[in-house]
Design a protein around this ligand. Structure first.
Ligand SMILES: [Zn+2]
Length: 359
């Protein structure tokens, strides 16, 4: 008889439970979080002609370079502070719905600055969206200013200087995104050194469509504390051992690597399992959830199913997101306590034994 209580004899559906875990997200792009219908509306308002009728077709891409072309269309549709406020609020609304309690989110002002939108306008809108989201929603967010690497090092220094003048509690660091093809990461050494002197945290996209060597350059030349993607570190056993020993966090984006970078056929064959098995602090993130039509909850579910992880492992991955974040120590402690309490709530609801971890 089904009395509504959980069936304690059935194996738990870890993928379904993983969706509902509280999460930290450290690799998510503001512009890539855009809802297609919002971009269609903003494009119309701003007189931008889209190449497709149906906004959902706008977000169709087949590799990293065609993805970047779509990304540019999104950026062309963003002009006013109100556009950025709305984009930021909606990105956090969608993140909160996927269980994200804390996010460090990239924004890439290079494209829009190139089209004449002052960075102050971009930032005013983002801060307004953040404040509003933190009032309305159960999510906390800090921003990372992303340097567009194909634009070269020349515009990078001005962006870093701008970041350095903002409240560090809101704009916490700098990153460098886009393709690694034909990019010499060493060219950004001065910009990243300046970021370090200004007290900004540093991360960079490396080892996604570029070699393991780019991960070493990120650490040794750019002074990065974290690596975005970084999955190709596995091509260099010595570097893999070093990244594992130093517990340099990798912000891995399994679904993105399947649908954008075509690194592997599906999440089950993604190197994420090998990275964790090598002792690397590999976290799970969504990258560009709006453009992909996914959320971080899908990444958690597919990682759980693809690697056959149990619930404890998925919870540990969620906790590793807290450790890999740049939140202050007291905030990390509070997040950890909260996550452990939420894990046990979820477990008791599912009729599973509690995690029994001291808080
Ligand atoms: Zn990314």
């Amino acid at each position: 008889m089904d009395d509504g209580s959980p069936d304690r004899t059935a194996p738990p559906d870890v993928a379904a439970l993983a969706r509902r875990l509280p999460k930290v997200e450290l690799h998510c792009h503001l512009e890539g979080s855009a809802r297609p219908e919002t971009i269609a509306e903003l494009a119309r308002n701003n007189g931008v002609v889209l190449p497709v009728e149906d906004p959902r077709e706008l977000f169709e891409f087949h590799d990293l370079n065609s993805f970047i072309a779509v990304y540019e269309i999104i950026c062309r549709s963003l002009r006013t502070a109100e556009d950025f406020r709305r984009l930021t609020y909606e990105a956090l609304d969608d993140g909160a719905a996927a269980g994200v309690r804390y996010r460090e989110m990239f924004f890439s002002p290079g494209f829009v600055i190139g089209m004449g939108v002052p960075i102050e306008v971009v930032w005013e809108g983002i801060v307004a969206g953040l404040r509003e989201a933190e009032t309305d929603l159960d999510i906390r967010c800090r921003m990372i200013l992303d340097i567009d690497k194909p634009s070269g090092p020349a515009p990078a220094e001005a962006l870093v200087r701008f970041a350095g003048t903002q409240d560090r509690d809101v704009l916490i660091g700098v990153g460098g995104d886009s393709t690694e093809r034909d990019i010499d990461h060493r060219a950004f050494a001065e910009a990243f050194a300046l970021a370090g002197r200004l007290g900004l945290r540093r991360t960079v996209h490396a080892g996604e469509d570029g070699p393991a060597e780019n991960v070493a350059i990120a650490l040794d030349v750019l002074g990065c504390e974290r690596i975005d993607h970084g999955v190709r570190v596995l091509e260099d056993p010595e570097l893999t051992a070093r990244v594992a020993a130093a517990q340099v966090p990798l912000t891995v984006c399994p679904i993105s690597n399947v649908v954008i970078a075509n690194l592997c056929a599906d999440v089950a064959s993604h190197p994420f399992g090998a990275l964790r098995a090598a002792g690397i602090l590999a976290t799970v993130n969504s990258d560009d959830p709006g453009m992909q039509g996914t959320t971080i909850a899908d990444d958690y579910a597919q990682v759980a199913a693809g690697f056959g992880y149990d619930l404890t492992t998925m919870e540990t991955i969620a906790l590793d997101g807290i450790g890999a974040s740049w939140a202050p120590a007291d905030e990390k402690d509070a997040l950890r306590k909260r996550f452990l309490a939420e894990f046990d709530e979820l477990r008791s609801e599912a009729g599973l034994a509690l995690r029994h971890e001291p808080t």
